[in-house]
Design a protein around this ligand. Structure first.
Ligand code: HEM
Length: 234
């Protein structure tokens, strides 16, 4: 007589009614949420960077692009809602995973951390906190104009020039773009591993792909404050 197939402990303990809730409660589920929401923001950043670079083509180009987006409510608001939900989920999952990993060491999933510790990997959490604070200040600066010296709604070009002509503000943007680059480097690489695109290895080629993406975004974003400081955008 064959013995009944053993049910794994984990399966028996958690046979939840709601699979989405079960996924969210699991460590792997939170990692998947972090990866997906991070990639949503990475996608937004690619388009945002491209839009910002229109500043080099002059005031008319970037202002027209901005007006187009602001008038396309059917694109703008769904995108804003997706980004807002994504950041709430990303931050919540990051906070909860940090608590789990500091409460229980060593943890199984932690073994999938890269064998090679990089600056980006070591700074991912603090970088995330700084980027979150940056986003809040950035919205007050260029979207709501609350902390902008001469905000003119509908004139992002003028707002960019006036806002980034202040040297310490431009310096803050430049430093934050380095923090963003490091976060993107480690974040995109981890996201692809979590989503199964790459196996959990420290293979240099995969790091190079993540590195190339991070450098492209860092460079693209950095060029605008630099362009204002150098008087190319004025
Ligand atoms: C040097 C870097 C950056 C510059 C010069 C810049 C510039 C701007 C400007 C001018 C706007 C207002 C656009 C408009 O009203 O049409 C804006 C909006 C925004 N930026 Fe940036 N940005 C930079 C980096 C970032 C980064 C790194 C993030 C996110 C991590 C970000 C997130 C946003 C968001 C969420 C908005 C609001 C979009 C909306 O209207 O819904 N930006 N940015």
């Amino acid at each position: 007589m064959t013995a009944p197939a053993a049910t794994p402990d984990r399966q028996r303990r958690s046979a939840p009614a709601n699979p989405i809730l079960a996924l969210w409660r699991s460590t792997v589920g939170k990692k998947i949420v972090m990866a997906t929401t991070g990639l949503i923001w990475a996608g937004f950043l690619v388009t945002h960077m491209a839009g910002n670079l229109l500043a080099f083509a002059g005031a008319t180009k970037i202002n027209e692009y901005s007006h187009f987006l602001h008038e396309a409510i059917e694109i703008l608001w769904p995108a804003r809602i997706v980004l807002a939900v994504a950041i709430v989920l990303h931050v919540t999952a990051a906070y909860q995973l940090t608590r789990v990993s500091s409460a229980a060491r060593p943890i199984g999933y932690g073994q999938q951390e890269p064998q090679v510790s990089t600056t980006a990997a070591r700074t991912i959490r603090w970088g995330g906190v700084l980027i979150f604070l940056f986003i809040v200040l950035h919205l007050l600066h260029f979207t709501f104009g609350t902390i902008h010296p001469m905000f003119n709604e509908g004139d992002p070009y003028g707002n960019l020039v006036v806002g980034l002509r202040v040297k310490w503000v431009a310096a803050l943007y430049l430093v934050m773009m380095v923090v963003l680059g490091l976060h993107l480097y480690h974040g995109t690489w981890s996201a692809f591993r979590t989503l199964g695109v790459t196996p959990p290895s420290g293979h240099p080629l995969k790091r190079r792909i993540a590195g190339g993406f991070a450098i492209a975004l860092w460079l693209g974003f950095t060029m605008v404050p630099l362009g204002v400081l150098l008087g190319i955008i004025r």
